[in-house]
Design a protein around this ligand. Structure first.
Ligand code: CA
Length: 510
């Protein structure tokens, strides 16, 4: 508009003879066209808006585009149809907190000797698990001029020690690079079941303060109860009644905030980290999704998740942002159920959430950026841990030497350019902190006694045994045939790779 306005003004102000007017008009038009062409070139080189959707406990086989037939996921399938669908994508851990840490920092969580990072997950009593000095995905984008927002599940702690939910929850998401935060502290099955905006619990009545514990109170008459938002939860809580959410309104709240963030920031480059609670337990869908799958409540929440993704996509279309927004969809770990009336949430893969098997780690991963990423299917080995290096490459800032040490730049993979397979291997951590490694077609699990994650922890709680597992995923995707005896050289190589990964504490190319 500005360019066109300038050319018209130039022609009108001069008022020369007809011939001169014609020549001047021609020059003005050519100048205008040149400016428009330059503007368009600049626009295509402008880094895109970025929306990362990290769903919770959604398995590789949960989506129609990954082979599900009993559950319909039309919006996610459409996203995959317009984008690149990855078949070899992994959550770097098979439980929530460590994967989320790795996504935001580009570092293997097990490098940090803290519960919730090198084993298990965080409770809502955890201090902030990401150092405020760390280079993070939101900081990389914020420093490049993006407006950054996080909506949904946090699960990475608040404050410098055990957080007090009646006071400022700082440091938190804002201190590690987000301009805005709306979400909840840990999981939807953990107390406190409240929303936090920036540093504060929303709707808290000061006359009814929150007290809580993750240890069972010794006193049977304690006011602390395992009951919040009308349901049984992990942890004991008293107070904060007015602030408690309704489970069946969670998705509507998160979608409203995510859409509002995009609307507010449509004129700037923005980064939205959208972390819905679906399909984590308790699976309580909104009323209009109850029974929508005809399969299970978990499947109903999957339909609800698909709807919520559709709402974000429609928002981009309405605001004409589709062509300038990169949308990534994935999940923080595999599904926790193996079978729902014939539906296989983890597809063909063995095992489930918290385990070392593929079903715990192999997740959906879709990247859509119309006009830039060609639609298709990729078998490149990728992980959400690669998003910080990818974002740094997209905005052209590069990374400090010690930042995002395990993050690989996926831009060539996404844009179909040179080296579509930047990552040679990936280390996987299960819920008990046991590592495994994937390289080429090989998967190596050093201690099979711990491969079943939380299940094996509960059952044996014993020391890891030396019995290891080696599987050829191309010939044996179900990880049924242990080839340790047949392939000692491969085992030796993968043991060496695991050791090399631990020290020095970095794997990305420099
Ligand atoms: Ca999860």
């Amino acid at each position: 508009m500005g360019v066109k306005g300038w050319s018209m003004t130039a022609v009108m102000l001069i008022r020369p003879s007809h011939q001169t007017q014609f020549i001047l008009a021609g020059i003005a038009i050519l100048f205008s066209l040149a400016l428009i062409a330059r503007t368009e070139a600049t626009e295509t080189q402008t880094p895109p808006n970025i929306i990362v959707i990290l769903s919770d406990d959604v398995g590789w086989g949960d989506l129609g585009c990954y082979g599900a037939t009993r559950i319909k996921t039309p919006h996610l399938d459409a996203l995959a149809g317009k984008g690149l669908r990855f078949t070899n994508a992994y959550a770097s851990a098979s439980v929530c907190t460590p994967t989320r840490y790795s996504l935001l920092t580009g570092q293997y969580s097990w490098r940090i000797n803290t519960n919730g990072l090198n084993r298990g997950v965080a409770n809502a009593d955890s201090p902030l698990l990401i150092p405020v000095t760390a280079t993070t995905l939101p900081k990389i984008l914020k420093n490049a001029g993006y407006r950054t927002g996080a909506v949904g599940k946090w699960h990475l702690g608040f404050g410098n020690s055990r957080p007090d939910y009646n006071k400022d929850l700082s440091p938190g998401p804002l201190e590690i690079g987000f301009d805005e935060f709306f979400g909840f502290p840990a999981t939807n099955d953990r107390i406190p079941t409240v929303f936090v905006r920036d540093h504060r619990v929303i709707g808290l009545d000061p006359a009814d303060p929150i007290s809580y514990s993750y240890e069972e109170p010794a006193d049977p008459d304690s006011p602390l109860k395992k009951f919040s938002s009308g349901g049984s939860r992990i942890g004991w809580i008293a107070g904060g009644k007015a602030a408690q959410w309704k489970d069946n309104e969670l998705t509507d709240n998160l979608v409203r905030e995510a859409v509002a963030f995009v609307e507010r920031n449509q004129a700037k480059p923005f980064f939205l980290y959208y972390a819905p609670h679906n399909v984590h337990a308790p699976t309580i869908p909104g009323p209009r999704f109850l029974g929508s799958s005809g399969l299970s409540k978990r499947a109903d929440t999957l339909v609800e998740l698909d709807w919520s993704v559709g709402e974000l996509i429609k928002t981009l279309e309405r605001l004409k942002l589709t062509g300038n927004t990169l949308v990534v969809f994935s999940s923080d770990n595999g599904a926790y159920v193996l079978d729902e009336s014939g539906h296989r949430p983890n597809g063909p893969w063995r095992g489930k959430k918290s385990q070392s098997w593929e079903g715990g780690h192999r997740v959906p991963f879709i990247a859509c950026w119309p006009g830039h990423i060609a639609p298709g299917v990729s078998d490149a080995l990728v992980s959400m841990i690669d998003l910080p290096a990818t974002a740094a490459a997209l905005v052209g800032t590069g990374l400090p030497a010690d930042a995002a040490p395990d993050s690989f730049n996926l831009v060539p993979t996404l844009l179909g350019k040179t080296n579509p397979h930047p990552r040679d291997h990936l280390i996987l951590m299960n819920g008990t902190g046991e590592l495994a490694v994937r390289q080429g077609n090989w998967k190596y699990i050093p201690s099979l006694s711990r491969a079943n994650g939380w299940d094996s922890w509960k059952k044996t709680n014993g020391p890891a045994t030396a019995k290891s597992g080696l599987y050829n995923l191309e010939k044996d995707p179900g990880e049924t045939k242990n080839l340790v005896s047949e392939e000692p050289e491969v085992e030796k190589r993968l043991i060496g790779l695991l050791e090399k990964t631990r020290s020095p504490p970095s794997t990305r190319p420099r």
